[in-house]
Design a protein around this ligand. Structure first.
Ligand code: NAP
Length: 233
């Protein structure tokens, strides 16, 4: 049975990725930092193929403890990521560092520790970037945009370093549908007006792309945009 580790596995997107890989027949390690209850409830609904795993990407010891549970690993999905909005005048360095520490350095910490297992399995990595890396300037998101730009550069550099043993790709999702984005939400209206397909991105659609990248052995160092045509609109 193939094995996948999904960081931030209980987030809006994380849940969809975990669900997709359970459906694909994987043993899914659903990593959580603070959302233990959500992870246990996901495990109840998806069954024994989903194993909740505490894992804080800011804490080397927590990563090591989580990795000790893994006997093998075919796929790492670096999905943990945080977002905040501050114009530069109001953005303090500690917030900049927090976002980078989770979105970028956290990705590096986790990747480094699971790399021996991935090399052994000739496995693959899918990093979660964002269209903000490719089209920055949504307003007040300089730090997040820069962090996702770093995710894109890291993906390409790591792919070159690990080839041909381990493939590394990224997906760059647009705005993902979530319960808070009801149909009157200004952000949703703005997004749907510009997106060629006139709707938000469903988390399941991003999970499909992650699954595709995990299987497509001709692809490495690529960034797949899943944005319902927003950037082209
Ligand atoms: N939502 C969007 O529209 C969108 C668009 C493009 C890209 N993305 C990217 O997609 C990914 C998932 O987004 P989302 O909206 O589904 O996330 P979300 O619901 O906002 O949840 C954030 C996730 O990050 C995890 N996390 C935070 N700090 C962590 C830490 N120190 N260690 C490990 N995990 C940590 C959280 O885990 P706990 O809850 O367990 O603490 C949670 O699972 C992120 O990388 C995000 O940047 C999202």
């Amino acid at each position: 049975m193939k094995t996948v580790l999904v960081s931030g596995g209980t987030s809006t997107l994380g849940r969809a990725i975990c669900t997709k890989f359970v459906e694909d027949g994987y043993m899914v390690y659903c990593a959580y930092a603070s959302s233990k209850e959500k992870a246990l409830s996901l495990s109840t609904s998806l069954g024994p193929s989903l194993v909740p795993l505490p894992l804080d990407v800011q804490d080397e010891a927590s990563i090591a403890e989580a990795c000790a549970h893994l006997q093998s690993l075919d796929l790492l999905v670096n999905n943990s990521g945080v977002f905040s909005v501050f114009p530069t005048e109001e953005l303090v360095a500690s917030e900049w560092q927090r976002i980078f520490d989770i979105n970028v350095t956290g990705m590096f910490r986790l990747t480094k520790q699971v790399l021996p297992l991935l090399r052994q399995a000739k496995g693959t990595i899918v990093n979660i970037a964002s269209i903000n890396a490719l089209h920055p300037g949504f307003g007040g998101t300089t730090c997040y945009d820069a962090s996702k730009g770093a995710v894109v550069s890291y993906t390409k550099a790591l792919a070159a370093e690990l080839a041909p043993d381990v493939r590394v790709n990224a997906v760059a999702p647009g705005l993902i549908a979530a319960p808070y984005l009801d149909k009157d939400h200004p952000l949703r209206q703005l997004y749907e007006k510009r997106a060629l397909l006139s709707h938000l991105v469903a988390p399941e659609q991003v999970a499909e792309a992650v699954s595709f990248l995990s299987r497509c052995t001709a692809m490495t160092a690529q960034v797949l945009t899943i944005d319902c045509g927003y950037l082209a609109g």
